[in-house]
Design a protein around this ligand. Structure first.
Ligand code: FE
Length: 134
């Protein structure tokens, strides 16, 4: 059985205690950090990006690319089951939300204008990520 399918569930109060105010706002309240303000949009270090809430491995630096958006962008997750997607029709837009496959943290959105080989662009908040450098 996949490790990512062991769900982690905590109350809002528990998350609020464990996370920074910005992490809580983004990950648990579906907030969005301002473009070009997060710590990873311009990061070129090699390593693995983990979920800031539960430590789930999400993205490899090998799949990170400069999207010009001001948010860290990846063309695919480390494995299919590491993230899940949900349709998001908030703010009068049709978008696909990306959440952590283990703790349901809001990570960002995925768009279909990314580079080869997937042509996907996972547009992720730095606040949702924690880089473990190689
Ligand atoms: Fe998580």
């Amino acid at each position: 059985m996949s490790e990512a399918k062991e769900k982690i569930e905590k109350s809002d109060e528990e998350w609020r205690k464990e996370l920074s105010p910005e992490q809580y706002e983004v990950c648990r309240q579906k907030g969005t950090e301002r473009a070009f303000t997060g710590k990873y949009w311009d990061c070129h270090d090699q390593g693995t990006y983990h979920c800031a809430c539960c430590g789930n491995e999400l993205f490899s630096s090998d799949t990170k690319f400069d999207s010009g958006t001001g948010w860290p962008s990846f063309y695919r997750p480390i494995a299919e089951d590491k993230v899940e997607t949900e349709s998001d029709n908030s703010f009068l837009m049709r978008r696909t939300e990306v959440i952590c496959g283990r703790c349901n943290a809001h990570l960002g959105h995925v768009f279909d204008d990314g580079p080869a080989p997937t042509h996907l662009r996972y547009c992720i908040n730095s606040a949702s990520l924690k880089l473990e450098k190689k």
